[in-house]
Structure formats: C-alpha cells, structure tokens
Design a protein around this ligand. Structure first.
Ligand code: ADP
Ligand code: ASP
Ligand code: MG
Length: 409
C-alpha cells in the first residue's frame, strides 16, 4: 500500500464536471488500496475574482483580511470534491489548512509553513478515507488564517508529502509536464521527461509559474519524489530529480521569463562610498525586494544605478527614488514597467563556454536590445522590452535546438 499526495490546480477543478472527473481519478487510486491525500486549488479565476473584490473595498487591502478572503476559494473546492467522492461511494473528508493544522509564520499573503500535524490525516487514511486538503493556506500560532503566496497550493502538496513521508507527490495541472519553455509562448516547446531540482529551482525563481518555487525547495530539502502531470490526459509527466542524466547532454534545458518586473534608474549619482546603500537602503526599508542591479561609473565622477523590482512595487519604488534623487543631488530618475526578464537555464552551462555570447548574438540578430544582464553558474538572464518577449523566447528556443531531443553524449 502506497501513500500519495495528489494536487489539482485551478483549471483541473475549474467546473463541476472537472471536479467530478478528478473524483473519478481519485476513486480509482483509492479502489486499488492506496492511501491518498488530495490537495486542491480554488476553481480557476476564483483567486483573481476575490482579489478584485478586495481592491474595491480598500486600495491596499489589509494583508490579514486578504488572507481570510482568499482562503475561501480553496475551501469551496475541498467540500465539493469531498461531496463528489462520497457520492461515488468513496469515503472522503475535507479540511482547511487550519483544521489539519498546517502552521505557518505570520507573514500574511506570503506565509511560510513551519510545521504540519500528520496525526489527523493518518487517522483518516487508516480508516479508509481519502483526505481532501485546501491548498495555499495555513494558520499562524495565534490562529490567524494565512496564505502562502500565489501558486501556493503546490507548496501545500509537497510539504504534506514531506510530512507524511508519502511515496510520491503528483502535481496535476493543465499541461502534461514541465516543458523547455511555456508552451503558450512557444508551441514548439518540448516536454522534458526529467529535470534536476537545481534547474527547476532556477526556472521557478526566474518566473516559470508551473511550480511555485517554495514547493521545489521543499521537495529538494526533504527528498520528495515530485512529478508534474496533466489532469486532462494520461502520461508519465516530468520527474523532478537529483539525477543529472548521463544521456541527455543539453547545454541548456529551458527558457524562463518573468513579466512581473519593472526597471528603475537613477542617473548622475555622486560616485562616493555609500551611494549604493543610500539608494537601496530606503527601498529595502520599504520592504521592496530588489532583483537585478547594475551600477555604471561615468568619467565625470558620477554613477548610474539601475535595478528591477516587482511590478506591484513599481510606483512605491519610483516615489522613494525620486526623493533619494533629490537628497543625493543626483540628476534624474527614469522608470520603465514594460520590460521582461528572459533567462536561459541549464546545468550544461557549467562545462561549456560561449553560451552567453551565443545568447546575445541570437538577440542581436533579431534586433532586440539588451537592457540588463545577470548570470550565475547555470543561468543567464537579460532584461528586454516587453514587446520582444515572444520573439526572444522563440529565437532562443530555436537557436539552442530545444525543440529537439538532446543528442547522446
Ligand atoms: P495550476 O492552476 O494547475 O497550478 P498553473 O497555471 O499555475 O497551473 O501552471 C501551469 C501553467 O504553467 C501552464 O498552463 C503553462 O502555461 C505554464 N508554464 C510556464 N512555464 C512552463 C513550462 N516550462 N512548462 C510547462 N508549463 C509552463
Ligand atoms: N488559488 C491560489 C492561486 O491562484 C493558489 C494556487 O492555485 O496554487 O494562486
Ligand atoms: Mg499553479
């Protein structure tokens, strides 16, 4: 008898019919004698709908109240799925995150899981019931409802799999695995049979929304056997693994992009010690996360400073920068929120030179101007104008032959 955690995303539970289809799938596994915990997202569109309602009440809704609101989406789906299962003769029981006792810290809207109580879940499983758990939510030590950030049901599933020492964690979604890039942007994208944790972490952190980054971190840390599959079709999906395949010698494994960033520049800053901290200090104090940073010293003893932030923080960051510009007697602030970050990712990069220059040449051939560059051992990211996103992704996908199976080494 195996223990599985299955997670179904928004589209997979997007209608009454879809929830019934999920129930059929779950019942089959239960009938085979395996123990199953099912994590569900809110029905597709619901979290966005609730967010819009909130902004009609308050321009910047209080985070605690936001969590009370958003957590309802997942609660609806748990009850409906449990009803569907019971109707089919498959005993099931639904729980909110707080009822299981998925305890998190108190960082509302982006809480982190601290502990999970497995007792109640195992009591149900051992009594022959399917356990249906609301994804994306928990409760802090004071009993406040918290949520884990967008896409957080993935993390609920993997964290539960780790806590329960489940045999496998399956993430069922609307694509049949992890592709070389988002198939919505490049229809020639190819499904990967396997991807390493390291690469998946980079893909997620660079903007691929297929798995929330925290879920990949959890899976890596607790060695959870994690697979991404389609809830709409059969297939093996993609395994996230420690193994670096000896056969597949791809230089790069995938392309990620992030539409959620914005770029800010302050020019003519006096080039003296402490300038960077005077600029970034107040931004950090306002709880704004900074991603890429470039500093460039000019001949006239001034420096230009450019960095990117999440688009949600764009206006706030711009206002702070305008004040800093005045205080530092710098020249000007320019701000652009129609940029994207495009990144190529692959462990193969470690052993090969020339990948960056190839990437830049491909973009140059398409007349795409690179505004910022950042690199690490296994990724290269560039910031380009948003209008070039599709062109950049497709050109890179073709140039690095990602549509073809990697050649044998
Ligand atoms: P769910 O609601 O099931 O959690 P998401 O919308 O969060 O689903 O994630 C699935 C989507 O991720 C796909 O529809 C696809 O457009 C997108 N995606 C982005 N990058 C990739 C990738 N590399 N491989 C597959 N899908 C990707
Ligand atoms: N419903 C939440 C969201 O849309 C969590 C999730 O689906 O993973 O982000
Ligand atoms: Mg998701």
């Amino acid at each position: 008898m195996a223990v599985y955690v299955y997670k179904f995303g928004g589209t997979s539970v997007g209608s009454v019919e879809r929830i019934k289809a999920v129930a059929e799938k779950v019942k089959k596994v239960h009938d085979q004698g395996d123990q199953l915990v099912v994590v569900v997202s809110a029905m597709s569109g619901e979290t966005n709908r609730l967010t819009t309602l909130a902004t009609q009440m308050q321009t910047a809704p209080i985070a605690r109240e936001m969590d009370v609101l958003l957590a309802t989406g997942e609660q609806v789906t748990t009850a409906l799925l449990s009803m569907a299962l019971n109707e089919m003769g498959c005993p099931a029981c639904s729980y909110t995150g707080g009822q299981v006792r998925i305890e998190t810290d108190s960082t509302h809207t982006k809480a982190r899981i601290k502990s999970i109580d497995d007792k109640k879940i195992y009591a149900d499983l051992n009594a022959g019931r399917v356990v249906v758990v609301a994804g994306f939510q928990g409760v802090d030590e004071h009993g406040n409802i918290t949520t884990l950030g967008r896409g957080g049901s993935d993390t609920t599933a993997v964290a539960l799999a780790a806590a329960l020492k489940a045999d496998e964690c399956h993430i069922y979604t609307d694509v049949d695995g992890v592709y070389t890039t988002d198939p919505r942007v490049e229809p020639k994208a190819r499904r990967l049979d396997k991807i390493t944790f390291e690469e998946m972490l980079e893909m997620s952190s660079l903007g691929s929304k297929i798995l929330q980054i925290r879920s990949v971190e959890f899976a890596g840390k607790y060695n959870v056997a994690l697979r991404v599959l389609s809830s709409f079709s059969e297939g093996r999906g993609t395994l996230i693994t420690y193994e670096e395949s000896a056969v597949e010698q791809a230089l790069i494994s995938g392309i990620a992009f992030n539409r959620d960033e914005a770029k800010l520049t302050i020019t003519g800053v006096p080039d003296i010690p402490g300038a960077a901290s005077k600029i970034l200090g107040p931004v950090a104090d306002a709880n704004i996360e900074i991603d890429m940073i470039i500093q460039n010293v000019a001949d006239d003893a001034t420096t230009d400073f450019t960095f990117t932030v999440h688009r949600n923080d764009f206006v706030k960051a711009k206002d702070i920068l305008i004040k800093i510009c005045h205080d530092l007697n710098a020249k000007a602030v320019t701000a652009d929120d129609s940029i994207v970050k495009v990144s190529i990712v692959g462990v193969g990069m470690r052993s090969h030179a020339g990948i960056a220059s190839k990437m830049f040449a491909v973009l140059a051939d398409e007349a795409i101007n690179i505004q910022m560059i950042s690199t690490s051992e296994i990724k290269i990211s560039v910031v380009v104008a948003e209008k070039y996103l599709e062109l950049a992704v497709r050109a890179l996908h073709a140039a690095f032959e990602l549509d073809q199976e990697p050649k044998e080494a």
